[in-house]
Design a protein around this ligand. Structure first.
Ligand code: NAP
Ligand code: MN
Length: 267
């Protein structure tokens, strides 16, 4: 809905702060009311920074459905669509409705401890479930409630399609076109010996299946890291990972092409 309210988020760099000042002037002179931080009546969210800034904005606002555009003052920017110098063109296209919305799915997990207390995590890129660097961890993994393997190693990563080009790619996962709504489960340094056996490649799960993780030694600290935000747990009994209900609505120009971005970044 066109409310005339735009919420702006900015990371800490001086370049982003300068871009923020300029964009706010442009928006105000066009009659928009600009707010710092999330306003639930905003018609548009603007995030100035790199992909990390985009992720932090999503976490800070709890993954709102409001359309969001990223202004890139970071690096290549998988989420960040617009260069600061193209902002006027963006605003003209935005006002004419000359853009598309890319819907990005999210991943969530519910962690339950020995006393039955639960906590949840949500992420746009990935959830990493790991031990400390000092030891390997052992998990019993199940898919859709059915036991599949006993994992041993550093941990596992459950990435969304949008997150497939981030940490997932570094640990040997596949790049996934974000039009595919799936979860990619990738082992991090799996041990494969006569004593331990687990998949060495990624496995792909449809959006309606849950991955169950039961840590073997519940006294070891297990870290759940969503988009780089880490939390450690002792005495975890079970973790259930699945696709989350929340979707991010990212504004893209009509010439946006995921594979072009991939080619620019990796080849
Ligand atoms: P960071 O350590 O500063 O960022 C790692 C890099 O990942 C940055 O270059 C970031 O881009 C880029 N990135 C983030 N999301 C991406 C995506 N969807 N596709 C391609 N590249 C992406 O941490 P951060 O900036 O807070 O980002 C958090 C993310 O870092 C996590 O979600 C995880 O995916 C990633 N990470 C990667 C590794 C690894 O590759 N070994 C290890 C830990 C975490 P910008 O420079 O534009 O921010
Ligand atoms: Mn970063």
């Amino acid at each position: 809905m066109k409310t005339g309210i735009v919420s702006v988020f900015t990371n800490e760099t001086t370049l982003s702060a300068d871009v923020e000042t300029l964009l706010k002037q442009k928006l105000t002179s066009k009659g928009y009311k600009v707010t710092d931080g999330y306003d639930n009546e905003a018609e548009l969210l603007i995030c100035i920074g790199g992909d990390g800034a985009f992720l932090r904005t999503m976490h800070r606002c709890d993954f709102p459905e409001t359309p969001i555009v990223g202004i890139n003052t970071g690096h290549l920017g998988f989420f960040q669509e617009v260069w600061p110098e193209d902002f006027d063109q963006f605003l003209a296209d935005y006002e004419r409705g000359n853009y598309t919305i890319q819907k990005l799915g999210t991943v969530m997990c519910k962690a339950t401890d020995a006393e039955g207390n639960t906590s949840t995590h949500i992420a746009l890129n990935e959830l990493a479930i790991t031990g400390s660097n000092a030891y390997s961890i052992h998990f019993d993994l199940s898919i859709g409630g059915k036991p599949i393997e006993r994992f041993s190693g550093d941990g596992i990563l459950v990435a969304t399609s949008a997150g497939s080009t981030a940490y997932n790619y570094s640990v040997g996962g596949s790049i996934v076109d974000p039009r595919l709504n799936l979860l990619q489960v990738t082992p991090i340094a799996p041990m494969n010996t006569t004593a331990y056996r687990s998949f060495t490649s990624s496995i792909l799960l449809p959006s309606d299946l849950t991955l169950g993780i039961v840590p073997e030694e519940s006294d070891k600290i297990i870290y759940i890291t969503g988009d780089g935000i880490e939390k450690g747990y002792s005495h975890l009994k079970e973790i259930e990972v699945r696709t989350a209900d929340k979707c991010v609505n990212l504004i893209r120009f009509s010439d946006y092409d995921f594979w072009n971005k991939v080619k620019e970044k990796f080849l």
